[in-house]
Design a binder for this molecule. Structure first.
Ligand code: SF4
Ligand code: SF4
Length: 439
């Protein structure tokens, strides 16, 4: 019987649009817009200037501090200019515009033997390769592989849930690159000195489960756990609870309950960096939604504008209404097709009116539906009211800062109240208030 967590919802999956579409390489764009901030933490420090030639794989910006990551060019070309742009998550970043040249020169790192490599070497290579988590937050992976020494880690959990509707890129990676996913997980286990790996996967992916079972026959220390299909099963706290039974208390991290979580795409990037010497220069993405003419799974050079991707997928249909980067539950609405894809991008969705239609907002009906589905046992209706009426002290007291912005409450609200938007606003204000108090 698959395990799960309390609460959650079952939105239409819509995965059939792309689940049988193997990855295709997007043709190289003529111009790349490479943000220096594609990760959580400080923007990378530019090493080049306008007019410089760059090679594919060359480091063009280095990590600036502990929580930062280097940026490498996905193409050979010449730096045309340095600009400021909006990234897919709506934050501003400096970016290098590279005009691609046809002669492709490549700079890569020395391939390392995964059997004889030392723990520290793996972490150093992951850092050098600029790998960031591909589960959404884009946290530099090498930091996650270096838990504080006082934290005893029991499990590395590979998050293969892909619980957001529409997205199938993790599924395709599990089918098409099974060996790389498992080899990447083994490298992560070695890097962290943890003996047990667990792959958590929802039961709506029978083909991937079957294939993983075949490959895992030889791997005694990697367990496969099939989980019930339910949103947000892939959220860190829900995943930890479902596969280990452990509760992550509010304000605590997976480290605190003996777990490290990594995404499927991150495992593939770790494999590529160590075994092939390749930095993270491409993103694996699903392009889907009823508003795009040809839904696909693509391997895209980071820095590619959305427009090139949409054109390659046949363009948008007449009834297209909204473009989202990421999944429909936690993704970000886009309003500029020049915004470029970044390392942690997982999907581009073009949705129609039918897919985005929301109930017209009315007063709260006190129905309690938002309370019954919140996976963190929060009271969304109270959080929303406190945020709306600027009662941030009260909002903090009932846990607003623990909210993971999963959108489950808003999806289930019959009054059409944008609960998650209000809670997000309240979280920002509450954090500012706490900061002000501690200063
Ligand atoms: S967005 Fe926050 S309050 Fe709403 S269901 Fe998710 S965790 Fe709960
Ligand atoms: S689900 Fe919506 S209408 Fe029902 S209690 Fe929550 S906020 Fe109010």
């Amino acid at each position: 019987m698959p395990t799960t967590f309390k609460g959650g919802i079952h939105p239409s999956e819509m995965k059939e649009l792309t689940s049988e579409k193997p990855f295709e390489f997007l043709p190289l764009p003529d111009q790349i817009f490479l943000p220096l901030s594609q990760h959580a933490g400080k923007q990378a420090l530019l090493l080049k200037k306008k007019g410089d030639a760059v090679k594919k794989g060359e480091t063009i910006a280095e990590a600036d501090g502990f929580i930062s990551a280097p940026v490498h060019s996905p193409v050979s070309g010449k730096i045309n200019k340095i600009i400021s742009l909006l990234t897919l998550t709506g934050t501003r970043s400096d970016a290098v515009v590279i005009n691609r040249t046809d002669t492709e020169e490549e700079e890569s790192m020395e391939p390392l033997n995964p059997d004889s490599i030392a723990r520290g070497q793996i972490i150093e290579r992951v850092k050098q390769a600029g790998i960031v988590g591909q589960g959404g937050a884009a946290f530099p992976t090498y930091v996650k592989l270096s838990p504080p020494p006082d934290k005893k880690i029991d499990y590395v959990i590979l998050n293969a849930c892909e619980c957001e509707p529409y997205l199938t890129r993790d599924y395709r990676l599990l089918i098409e690159k099974t060996e790389e996913v498992i080899a990447g997980l083994k490298l992560i286990l070695k890097a962290t000195g943890v003996s047990t790996g667990i792959i958590g996967i929802e039961d709506n992916k029978p083909e991937a489960i079957k294939q993983l079972k075949t490959y895992l026959n030889k791997e005694e220390n990697i367990l496969l756990k099939t989980l019930k299909t339910k949103y947000p099963q892939g959220a860190e706290k829900m995943l930890i609870k479902a596969v280990t039974g452990r509760e992550t208390p509010p304000g605590k991290l997976p480290f605190d309950v003996g777990c490290i979580i990594q995404n499927v795409g991150t495992a593939v990037s770790v494999y590529n960096a160590v075994v092939k010497g390749k930095p993270q220069t491409h993103a694996f993405i699903t392009v889907s939604g009823l508003g795009i003419k040809e839904p696909k799974n693509l391997i895209v050079p980071v820095g590619t504008p959305l427009k090139n991707i949409i054109d390659y997928c046949g363009g948008v249909k007449d009834n297209a209404k909204k473009i989202i980067a990421g999944g429909p539950m936690m993704g970000f609405a886009q309003f500029d097709l020049n915004s470029p894809v970044t390392k942690a991008a997982s999907g581009i969705l073009v949705l129609t009116e039918k897919e985005t239609s929301t109930t017209k907002e009315s007063n709260c009906l006190n129905c309690g539906r938002c309370l019954s589905v919140c996976p963190l046992n929060l009271a969304p209706t109270r959080l929303y009211k406190f945020a709306r009426f600027n009662k941030f002290e009260e909002a903090i007291d009932i846990g607003i800062l623990s909210c993971m912005e999963c959108g489950t409450c808003a999806y289930n609200c019959p009054a059409g109240i944008p609960l998650v938007q209000w809670v997000r606003f309240g979280k920002r204000k509450s954090s500012a208030l706490l900061k002000q108090k501690t200063n």
